[in-house]
Design a protein around this ligand. Structure first.
Ligand code: SF4
Ligand code: SF4
Length: 364
């Protein structure tokens, strides 16, 4: 397992986390087995916005004696007290549901308390007006909640909450379909979405990625808009390459599916290469680097994807990215102008010319 540090904290978060959208369809024994398999594999980040209320008692049993090995994302606004999932902005219902969840999880603290699934301005208004945001903030003051997060599919809502400066983590739907304007949750243009990822990186907000495979659609050539199946490793790499991303939440239904997700670590960089999706690049995004590294290796030894990521972040005011760039062994100044990257880039980036621009910007 690999880990990435939460910028607003000390937590080291596994780059592959576990979502719980479908695991609740299984028997309690199978859920326990899957969660324990995940823990044994080094997964330490679990999202609890499941489709089924049954997951809570099963997770509670799976985590007995191992609670410290897991970080839980618990959603304030998801109601399970009826025995199935429901969405609510009623304060009493939220309180009851959070208590209900903690009791079954056999825990008295929440690592990440999430503002749950706000996609509309009116949802946020109700959330605030009904006192749910205050309740969540109070839980943080009392030490019950360690960090506050937000789950949304809409860049506009994410930006609204980021403006309030209260969250440390954003749960956002990221996959090439959504970024390129395809599918139900393709909310916001590609550039708006990329800008959000960069803002998160700059402000130290970690992103936990939901829907990395778009419920399997991207893994199926017949249903994918690319008319070619991506692999789980390609989808995971796509999400991990986005600025701000700390963890990608697959939603395995059993141990076999979890093993498939974890086989990412057995793949080569060629097997993770997702650059064929350039076929779907919208006009506005042609010529923009997506940090995919398909143009590697550079004969001069430059990490072209990383150099571009630091450049894009630095030009948006991320001083940390500038520092990181300046410590690189090979910088844009080492480019020998061979043109290999221009010929290899499927996204039509004029990378050789861009290296000159980058060198001028950083002065090296
Ligand atoms: S220049 Fe092209 S191939 Fe290279 S990292 Fe950027 S998008 Fe990928
Ligand atoms: S043009 Fe520069 S950055 Fe591109 S492959 Fe050649 S040396 Fe590397």
């Amino acid at each position: 397992m690999e880990y990435r540090k939460l910028p607003h904290g000390e937590e080291q978060i596994s780059i592959i986390g576990m979502g719980s959208s479908v695991i609740g369809e299984q028997s309690e024994g199978d859920i326990i087995e899957t969660v324990q398999f995940a823990l044994d594999a080094g997964i330490n980040f679990f999202d609890m916005a499941g489709g089924h209320a049954s997951i809570f008692s099963a997770y509670g049993k799976a985590l007995q004696g191992r609670r410290k090995d897991a970080m839980l994302q618990v959603h304030f606004g998801a109601n399970y007290t009826t025995g199935s999932y429901g969405w609510t902005t009623n304060l009493d219902t939220v309180k009851k549901s959070v208590e209900w969840q903690l009791e079954r999880l056999k825990t008295d603290y929440i690592d990440f308390g999430f503002i749950h699934c706000l996609d509309e301005e009116s949802d946020l208004n109700a959330y605030e007006k009904n006192g749910i945001l205050d309740y969540l903030m109070n839980m943080k003051t009392q030490g019950v909640v360690s960090h506050i997060g937000l789950s949304t599919h809409a860049p506009k809502m994410a930006n609204n909450i980021l403006d309030k400066n209260i969250i440390d983590m954003l749960m956002f739907s990221i996959n090439p379909m959504y970024d390129y304007g395809q599918g139900d949750y393709a909310i916001g243009s590609d550039s708006e979405r990329q800008k959000l990822y960069r803002r998160c990186e700059k402000e130290g907000i970690g992103i936990s990625v939901m829907k990395p495979f778009n419920a399997g659609q991207l893994l199926d050539a017949d249903r994918s808009p690319f008319h070619k199946a991506m692999t789980t490793a390609q989808c995971i790499q796509y999400a991990l390459d986005k600025p701000g991303v700390l963890t990608v939440l697959g939603g395995p239904g059993n141990v076999r599916q979890l093993k498939d997700i974890l086989s990412y670590f057995d793949t080569t960089s060629e097997e993770r290469d997702y650059s064929f999706i350039s076929a779907l690049t919208p006009d506005e995004s042609v010529g923009k680097c997506v940090y995919c590294k398909h143009c590697h290796p550079c004969p001069a030894g430059l990490d072209i994807g990383l150099i571009n990521k630091y450049y894009d972040l630095a030009t948006q005011g991320d001083s940390l990215a500038k520092e990181h760039y300046l410590t690189l062994k090979k910088t844009a100044a080492d480019c020998i102008g061979c043109g290999h990257c221009n010929r290899r880039c499927p996204f039509k980036v004029q990378q050789m010319e861009r290296m000159g621009e980058i060198k001028n910007y950083f002065g090296k």
